[in-house]
Design a protein around this ligand. Structure first.
Ligand SMILES: Nc1ccn([C@@H]2O[C@H](COP(=O)(O)OP(=O)(O)OP(=O)(O)O)[C@@H](O)[C@H]2O)c(=O)n1
Ligand SMILES: O=C(CO)[C@H](O)[C@H](O)COP(=O)(O)O
Length: 451
């Protein structure tokens, strides 16, 4: 069955990007593939991708197949699709799922607005699922608007972390060599046991590699290999590159990949995936203040401390005084973290204003947004508990906002007249803000923390 628009034209809106900017080497490969970079009249390489997602995740040991397990409340496969969609030069993305998960997959595509996806029914083994995906792309499929690509990428749906760069490398190598795949150095040494359970021999680790994904093939090569291969291969095989070698005599080019290419297999891998995503989306913080930038000493100080304390994190400021227009300049597809500094207003009106603006500006559907409402108070002049009372309504408000994918936390910082004490509480405040942003813990929403 098919989803979304078909045909020759590609939607111009790949998913939002969590990746780093392109490197020079990658840029050199782009013209072959990118509509934007192609010379007028030059022929574009037709590329499609097949994502096997029809497994049951036995080794994960949970009832939900791992590709549908939530990571930060979003199914794992949605991250893989988002990464694949970023390569706008891939024309079709075939996702192979079991009949019973077809509807769930359709709902994911709708909810997270995935594009260029077609669904195909899985087989009982991974190789059979991939073969079904390839058949859907082969010529002369009745009632199909898919067309046969020159190069096909094969990528497990449970490998969510890959950059456009590695896709470009394997596709370019596949075009030249017929087949290509990402590899990594081995972590453990591979040994071969004999029948009695004792060591027979061990392989020299430095001379071997772990085969990862993505892989890419000239379509005719891999389709021919699957058509030729034995039932034994389809039942027990684990390596597509091997099929291309065995049945088409194509020696795949091996491309060194990044450590993030690993496959989510065990439950611990879900925790690792969550940490990686949290790390990535906490890199960008926008400080919103109810004063003009630099106008109020204290907001500026907090910004400075955040910049010093949170290494590698990009912090920028935005004044909320000109409500409405300024928030539009924040790229909501990149920034999922806001620190709202309430200097002038005694309560958290400014934070409320910010959240209304976030809601109105059709913010990210992909991740929850963290908003830390910061309030300053001289603990010598009034006690934090008094301030807390006036801010208690934050709890109810936070519950409401949670349903709208905004995680709201409160933070009171000691605005001491003593410069040293002030620096200390600002530093403590920055550490709390960093922890809230990195952890994204929904159990702590509506809490008023004190620095
Ligand atoms: N009949 C199958 C089996 C696996 N896969 C897919 O192949 C990829 C890699 O396989 P693997 O990690 O082995 O997934 P599972 O088979 O689900 O896991 P397990 O072996 O633990 O059951 C996964 O995206 C999986 O959904 C598939 O499309 N069809
Ligand atoms: O690494 C791979 C191919 O190079 C595959 O992801 C791997 O073979 C899948 O196998 P399994 O289903 O046994 O995990």
């Amino acid at each position: 069955m098919e989803q979304g628009p078909r045909g020759g034209s590609r939607p111009a809106e790949p998913g939002p990007c969590l990746s780093s900017p392109r490197g020079g080497e990658q840029a050199a490969l782009v013209p072959l593939l990118s509509a934007a970079g192609a010379e007028p009249g030059s022929r574009m390489l037709a590329v499609a991708a097949v994502l096997p997602a029809g497994g049951c995740g036995e080794r994960m040991g949970v009832p939900t197949p791992k590709q549908f397990c939530p990571v930060l409340e979003r199914p794992l496969i949605s991250y893989t699709l988002q990464a694949m969609e970023r390569a706008c030069w891939i024309k079709d993305i075939i996702v192979v799922v079991t009949g019973e998960n077809m509807e769930a997959m359709e709902n994911i595509i709708k909810k997270y607005k995935h594009k260029r996806i077609s669904l195909v029914e899985a087989g009982v083994t991974r190789h059979r699922s991939i073969f079904n995906g390839l058949k859907a792309l082969a010529d002369n499929q009745p009632n199909s608007r898919l067309s046969k690509p020159e190069v096909v990428i094969i990528h497990d749906a449970v490998r969510p972390f890959f950059e456009e760069d590695i896709l470009l490398k394997v596709v370019t190598a596949a075009k030249e060599h017929g087949a290509a795949g990402a590899v990594r150095p081995l972590v453990s040494t591979v040994i071969s046991p004999s029948a009695d359970g004792c060591l027979d021999h061990s392989l020299e680790r430095a001379r071997h590699r772990a085969s990862e994904m993505p892989q890419a093939f000239l379509f005719d090569v891999i389709y021919e290999a699957y058509q030729q291969c034995s039932d034994y291969d389809l039942e027990f095989g684990t390596e597509c590159l091997q099929l291309a070698l065995k049945y088409c005599h194509i020696k795949a080019k091996l491309v060194e990949g990044s450590p993030d290419l690993w496959k989510v297999t065990y439950k611990r891998d879900l925790y690792a995936a969550e940490s990686i995503i949290k790390e990535r989306i906490s890199q960008e913080i926008c400080i919103v203040m109810d004063t003009k930038e630099n106008e109020e000493h204290i907001s500026h100080l907090l910004e400075e401390v955040l910049k010093t304390e949170l290494n590698h994190i990009h912090v920028r400021s935005q004044a909320l005084y000109n409500a409405g227009s300024d928030i539009q300049h924040i790229n909501l597809e990149q920034c999922y973290n806001f620190v709202c500094v309430n200097v002038k207003e005694p309560d958290f009106q400014e934070t409320q204003k910010l959240m209304s603006m976030l809601e109105e500006s059709n913010f990210s559907i992909l991740y929850s947004i963290v908003v830390v409402s910061v309030h300053f108070l001289d603990f010598k002049l009034s006690s934090p508990s008094q301030k807390m009372e006036s801010l208690m309504c934050i709890r109810e408000f936070a519950k409401k906002m949670k349903k709208r994918k905004i995680l709201l936390y409160g933070l009171i910082i000691n605005y001491s007249q003593d410069e040293q004490k002030l620096q200390e509480s600002l530093r403590q405040g920055a550490i709390i803000i960093a922890a809230l942003i990195k952890e994204r813990n929904s159990a702590l929403i509506g809490q008023l923390l004190v620095a």
